[in-house]
Design a protein around this ligand. Sequence first.
Ligand SMILES: Cc1ncc(COP(=O)(O)O)c(C=O)c1O
Length: 372
Amino acid sequence: MSSVIPWASPLAQYRAHQAPIQSAINRVLNSGTYILGAEVEAFESTFAEYCGGGHGVGVGSGTDALILALKALDIGPGDEVITVSHTAVATVAAILAVGATPVLVDVDEAYFTLDPAALDRAATPRSKAVIAVHLCGQAADLDPILGFARQRNLALIEDCAQACGGRYRGKRLGSIGDIGCFSFYPTKNLGAIGDGGLVFSVEEKIVRRVRRLRQYGWNEAREPNEPGLNSRLDPLQSAILNAKLPQLDAHNSRRADIAAIYNERLAGLPIQLPTVRPDSDHAYHLYVLGCEERDRDRLRTHLAADQIGTAVHYPVPVHREPGYAERVVVPAGRLPVTERLVGRIISLPIFPGLSDDNVARVTRSITRYYRN
Ligand SMILES: Cc1ncc(COP(=O)(O)O)c(C=O)c1O
């Protein structure tokens, strides 16, 4: 009986870094500093440098990074934030958490990211920001999105939760809009051993505000001058992330190699393979293929029988999710591309520790499904 291939493996990530992670943990335990301090500052500055220069503020999660970014921009009740429905609910949860209204638009057919052509219709005098989600690691088309945002005086937030290390036109994702928000959820390209997130910006004013807001609204003298949250990146997680960061590019390049093998071996089957936006580096957080709707669940069952794990990111678009549907606005009424794709997508196993043999097992199993 062959072993199970999971679609993601935080355990493999841990094992690949076991010695440096253990030594990072020991260092923090023996430092006596268990909230913020030197370990967090070291990670914030190394990560900011990785993004091309600017400032990082370590926070409790990717969702909190988005909430703090919106708060730092003074976005709240009565304001509208434009984003996509084809995303993790966390993107939309963050908008609702600050009391603003999510305005959801469609994605494009080829790349499954925010369709810039949909923005005009979504904008109203209440619009304050656009959140561009780099879903699966694929860069959203930031040039036209940024052009639209600047023309309307809206802020641009990049949701980089799934795209750590990706690039658009040579620049790191997260460094192009006004604020980049990252998640270090354990399955992410740079995963912690628990929750974690980071807000990146080159604008000192935004960064100072996020630093206050992540900690009750305290300034450096620990005087609150506005209400804030408690959402601090943990020193243990910071030390672990700092130990893993030097390997991130190599791991993303292994993800790209796995994607290239899938592309080559699955070509010619009646499935839609992911297309990479020209002039961008896909971070391949996920490798998502599109099949006929009637094949989706059958193919997943077939792969499961061969001990191959898959996932669907995401089976229900946010504007159809209970608890969200009634709280969001869809100016176009319907989102045809999103609504069609959610019934057709499958996420195949992809993570740096996935062996070539296991990639071959996946492609053989899919090929067998279509040959029969
Ligand atoms: C696109 C996107 N945005 C935001 C988040 C939220 O990140 P976290 O789980 O760290 O709160 C996630 C994580 O699942 C995500 O995939």
